[in-house]
Design a protein around this ligand. Sequence first.
Ligand SMILES: CC(=O)N[C@H](C=O)[C@@H](O)[C@H](O)[C@H](O)COP(=O)(O)O
Ligand SMILES: C=C(OP(=O)(O)O)C(=O)O
Length: 345
Amino acid sequence: MAQNLGDILGNKTFIIAEIGQNHQGDIETAKKLILVAKECGADCAKFQKTNLTGKFTQAVLNRPYKSVNSFGETYGQHKAFLEFSEDEFRALQAYANEVGIQFTASAMDMKSLEFLVEIGVPFVKIGSGDANNFLLIEEAARKSIPLVISTGMQSFETVKKIYNTVSKYHKDFALLHCISAYPTPSEDINLRVLKLYQEEFPDIAIGYSGHELDIDISSAAVALGSKIIERHITLDKQQKGTDHNCSLEPREFKQLVTNIRNLEKALGQSVKKIQSSEMACYEKLGKTIVYSKHLLKGHSITFGDLDIKVAEPRGIDGSKIDSIYGKILNKNIEKDESLQPTHLL
Ligand SMILES: CC(=O)N[C@H](C=O)[C@@H](O)[C@H](O)[C@H](O)COP(=O)(O)O
Ligand SMILES: C=C(OP(=O)(O)O)C(=O)O
């Protein structure tokens, strides 16, 4: 195994900019998208690699594709228009290297898997369309290359089968929760599936590949423990193509990255303590123990003698009140005076 997935992902949320086929079949647009992905702060620029006869039957390739999103008369012509050659893929990989962003693609058939392994991508993505393709999954697992596998359009039984299949070879893989609806309605997303995956598959990274319209839900997926976030990126949502409208334009993608990085800081650690940033407020409004009435030297403090107020000078913290009862005063006291340890015998 070249590099393990843990090293590739690092300590922060790993953010994949899915360029997919949003390049409109144009290599210069694809390069622009790689650059924009880098400028937005994504960790990885991802494409889709397809060998048409490896992925589709001839009948599907011949099927008329009459859609506003179609780039050809038949589905085969449409897909061929959007597909880059191996040389073009190598050129894109070299460009990503130059720009300084990781480069990979989803392998949508066996030949594409072979090709991606050959060109040395850091990990291979298996998209939801292949999450039930156990011929491809098993072969990919045998390759000993890290895998990131999306699980849209699958039952939980199939997801467990993916986990068990890859686990026979190694644990260097991640599963992404995904709903393959473009765009995905909120009520279908069920982000709680992330918890289900985390509990069922505790020894691998769990992430989220989103196709919803906004960025909030993908940020929330990070709060729920997603280690990987994948979102489509586009230069312009209004363009022709199935994925553009649920993709993020550069401004939104950048905002998503900012949100995620801020959220990571905010998630912090499960340690409850007073932060130094709270001290200004604590000094101004934090409450301390004061006397609720005039009391004489020798008095034994009892319930009703004390109050908890914002007072000056600050005295003993309000949380300590129970430890004061029964203590004897060594001086006379005025109402509202802050209780100090020096007042007690
Ligand atoms: C499931 C899956 O592969 N989904 C991919 C990833 O999200 C999509 O990018 C599809 O390739 C795209 O929506 C297909 O659109 P058309 O059929 O117009 O080429
Ligand atoms: C289909 C893909 O992704 P997802 O299932 O995560 O949308 C893909 O990566 O090609």
